[in-house]
Write a protein that binds this ligand. Structure first.
Ligand SMILES: Cc1cc2nc3c(=O)[nH]c(=O)nc-3n(C[C@H](O)[C@H](O)[C@H](O)COP(=O)(O)OP(=O)(O)OC[C@H]3O[C@@H](n4cnc5c(N)ncnc54)[C@H](O)[C@@H]3O)c2cc1C
Ligand code: FES
Length: 416
């Protein structure tokens, strides 16, 4: 081969690479605008706003527990199958959405049960007769071992039996599968954050569409591995499912490659090593450290932020990347007037969300999920503006704000 031929081959190779990179770039930009359709109504689904809540009924509806099953070896996760007491068909939901429950929980030394509100993701594909949620028992945190265990999850595990009645709001939430998008899907679930992924996975595979699905599931070990048999059976049955189970602390008798696929957590190196170069839609839900490393990590890797969908199950773990523009970011004090309580107080960023601030100052406000999902903390904003560190899932009425995920943009008057 002459030097001239060699130079020509190198030039052609470089031009080909530039062409592929440009094509991927165009494809990604195209995706950005397509993702704006994320909140378009599902064809068969009535909606009353962008979060698809209110589909089928308003307020709370009575359901009965038809069945309950433990889903892991350690019996820390229990599924509840819920049928409507009025016998009418259930509205469909978008896989990834959640239900909001109101529970009457007995309190020691009080004669009346206390109402608490919590959200739980639907963990199966939509069907007209039954909803399913899968609930993990929450224990006291390791740094507060003397704290009382989780109220709602404990109530479900210890008290909610077949035949019991529960009050439930309709499916809602902005975190859901974008159904009319042909892109391959990457589902990443950490711990109990797997539940919305199960709904998405079951829906896609049941529909028989040949859409490629990658499921990365991170869990401590086999004792907490949810629906292990079901997931393995799906992977055997469907060539388009690529299942990657990661154990961060496998048991001594658990063998990598046999009982699980990877030792460690679901992290960016694993994704980079296992996903081929293509455009995907990512769906992520998991504990705080996972969300805080993976979501920005994906963006740094070059994934368009419009292709990354995520949800947190607790108080906001991820904040927007934009620089705060509010007075709250300055050192100037911000005055919050709670008009009903007759209190005028000075807020600073260390005080946290407006809900935390109100509670710390003895102001009585309702709350539930503390994650912008259930709408319990919605409060009239009589003057001023707030900003949200994450996208609210609950529909906010005009002139109101969600205290649990809001911080002030300047002085405020709240009707609380
Ligand atoms: C949209 C959404 C979907 C969700 N989906 C699911 C799902 O599918 N499955 C699921 O299992 N969960 C899900 N969750 C989480 C769920 O809603 C509850 O947050 C979870 O069950 C814990 O609620 P709890 O009432 O049991 O715990 P809480 O009573 O709220 O307690 C939470 C933690 O605080 C600790 N604690 C209590 N008091 C103190 C104190 N004084 N000091 C320090 N610590 C204290 C408790 O020990 C516990 O560890 C979801 C949440 C959201 C927002
Ligand atoms: S407490 Fe649920 S939205 Fe604020």
């Amino acid at each position: 081969m002459t030097t001239g031929t060699l130079a020509l081959i190198i030039l052609v190779a470089i031009l080909a690479q530039v062409g592929v990179a440009a094509a991927i770039g165009i494809h990604r930009r195209g995706g950005q605008s397509r993702n704006l359709a994320a909140d378009e109504p599902a064809p068969d689904m009535p909606t009353n706003g962008t979060s698809f809540s209110g589909a089928g009924w308003t307020g709370f509806r009575e359901f009965s527990v038809q069945r309950r099953d433990f889903e892991d070896q350690s019996r820390s996760i229990c599924s509840f199958y819920l049928v409507p007491c009025d016998g009418k068909p259930l509205p469909p939901f978008r896989p990834g959405q959640f239900l909001t429950f109101r529970l009457g929980v007995d309190e020691p030394a009080k004669d009346k049960p206390k109402n608490i509100v919590r959200c739980y993701s639907l963990s199966d594909s939509p069907r007209p007769d039954c909803y399913r949620v899968s609930i993990k028992r929450v224990l006291a945190p390791p740094d507060h071992p003397d704290a009382p265990p989780g109220v709602s999850s404990g109530y479900f595990h210890d008290h909610v039996q077949v035949g019991d009645r529960l009050m439930i709001r309709p499916p809602s939430g902005h975190f859901h599968l974008i159904e009319d998008e042909p892109l391959p899907i990457v589902l990443i679930g950490g711990g109990i954050g797997i539940t919305p992924m199960l709904s998405i996975l079951n829906s896609v595979l049941e529909r028989g569409v040949e859409r490629e699905v990658w499921l990365y599931y991170g869990v401590r070990n086999g004792s907490e591995h949810i629906m292990k048999g079901h997931l393995q059976a799906l992977a055997e049955r469907h060539d388009n499912l690529h299942l990657h189970v990661c154990y961060s602390a496998p048991g001594e008798d658990e063998v990598e490659g046999v009982d699980y696929d990877h030792h460690g957590r679901v992290d960016l190196p694993l994704l980079r090593n296992t996903l081929r170069l293509a455009r995907y839609q990512f769906y992520v839900c998991g504990p705080k450290p996972m969300m805080e490393s993976l979501v920005p990590g994906l963006e740094e890797w070059g994934v368009d932020s419009g292709d990354i969908h995520y949800e947190s199950f607790g108080p906001a773990t991820l904040t927007k990347h934009e620089k705060p523009t509010s007075a709250a970011s300055d050192t100037q004090p911000v005055n919050i007037t709670f008009s009903r309580s007759g209190k005028r107080l000075s807020w600073n960023p260390a005080a946290g969300s407006l809900l935390e601030f109100a509670e710390a100052n003895g102001i009585d406000v309702d709350s539930g999920c503390r994650a912008g999902s259930c709408g319990s903390c919605q409060t009239v904003l009589a003057a001023g503006q707030v900003e949200y560190g994450q996208q609210p899932d609950a529909d906010i009425e005009p002139g109101h704000c969600l205290l649990c995920i809001a911080t002030p943009s300047g002085d405020l008057v709240l009707e609380a």
